[in-house]
Design a protein around this ligand. Structure first.
Ligand code: ADP
Ligand code: MG
Length: 156
């Protein structure tokens, strides 16, 4: 587990971007944290780094957005779908078919989402400070990540 602290939304976007460049189609990233923690900000940075040119905002009327970046990118937000059964979500398959997929509020879809490559947890520390925790099953994914990081390493 890697723990970083950012001092601005731009720094959180930058971490999202650096994470994204380590991912490949088929990878699923769960993005956890309270409202305003910076989940969409993180995903925005990731999408930018993956070549998504259009505005990146949380999907509201649908469960997800599909973007054509350098690779297909999916951005799901399950917040408004909590309490519904997966059958009511509609067809989510296309969001995970050959994409790099980011899922906000994955807790709402526990047990129905594909296994994640990475789990990101964002925590509000102060007005513009956020704790970003990155946890990957495969340690190789984050190898050397902390070097040259734009944020301050927590605990240093
Ligand atoms: P969420 O998707 O978790 O609800 P958003 O990313 O939509 O959160 O919103 C986070 C808000 O906090 C944005 O207005 C962003 O500009 C602001 N913010 C301030 N500091 C940071 C930071 N260090 N990292 C991320 N967002 C930050
Ligand atoms: Mg959001």
């Amino acid at each position: 587990m890697l723990e970083l602290e950012t001092a601005s939304a731009a720094e959180t976007e930058a971490i999202g971007g650096r994470v994204a460049l380590r991912l490949a189609p088929g990878d699923v990233v769960l993005v956890c944290g309270d409202l305003g923690a910076g989940k969409t900000t993180f995903v925005r940075g990731a999408c930018r780094a993956l070549g998504v040119g259009e505005p990146v905002t949380s999907p509201t009327f649908t469960i997800g957005h599909l973007y054509a970046g350098a690779v297909p990118v999916a951005h799901l937000d399950l917040f408004r779908f909590a309490g519904m059964s997966a059958a009511e979500w509609g067809d989510v398959e296309p969001y995970f078919d050959g994409t790099i997929a980011f899922v906000e509020w994955p807790e709402a879809g526990a047990g129905t989402l594909p296994a994640p490559r990475l789990t990101v947890r964002l925590e509000h520390v102060a007005l513009e400070r956020r704790l970003v925790r990155l946890a990957a099953c495969d340690p190789a994914l984050l190898q050397g990540f902390e070097r040259a990081d734009p944020g301050v390493r927590h605990g240093d």
